[in-house]
Design a protein. Structure first.
Length: 121
């Protein structure tokens, strides 16, 4: 099997495993690391969004399982949000976070927001 075919099969398997589809989205995100050394703030950029998490680009090394505070204003929201999230996936500088503290109202805003966006997976 060619390397391209292996990558395509892996992507297809990942799509089947997802509980929620991802959608393309672009907006700034601030990551606040909750490390023992104190709070560290990092600039990031959203690349994809779902009702359960967010994919961001960060020029930093983070560990899987790390819990952070994400600050961003999703499309369709007039107010910035700050949510706790755990790092579940990393590929290069693309990091996938699962939301831990999403309210019902925020979940509804995200469902409406992603409705008009292009699928990312």
């Amino acid at each position: 099997m060619t390397p391209q075919a292996v990558k395509a099969a892996k992507r297809a398997a990942e799509r089947r495993q997802r509980r929620y589809p991802r959608y393309r989205a672009e907006f700034p995100v601030t990551l606040n690391l909750l490390a023992s050394e104190g709070r560290q703030s990092l600039d990031a950029h959203c690349k994809d969004l779902s009702v359960a998490g967010i994919g961001v680009l960060i020029a930093e090394e983070l560990k899987l399982g790390e819990v952070v505070a994400l600050a961003f204003a999703p499309p369709g929201s007039s107010e910035p949000w700050e949510l706790r999230a755990v790092l579940r996936h990393r590929r290069g500088y693309h990091y996938g976070f699962e939301f831990l503290s999403l309210s019902e109202q925020q979940g509804e805003v995200l469902r409406k927001c992603v409705t008009g966006l292009e699928r990312a997976d």
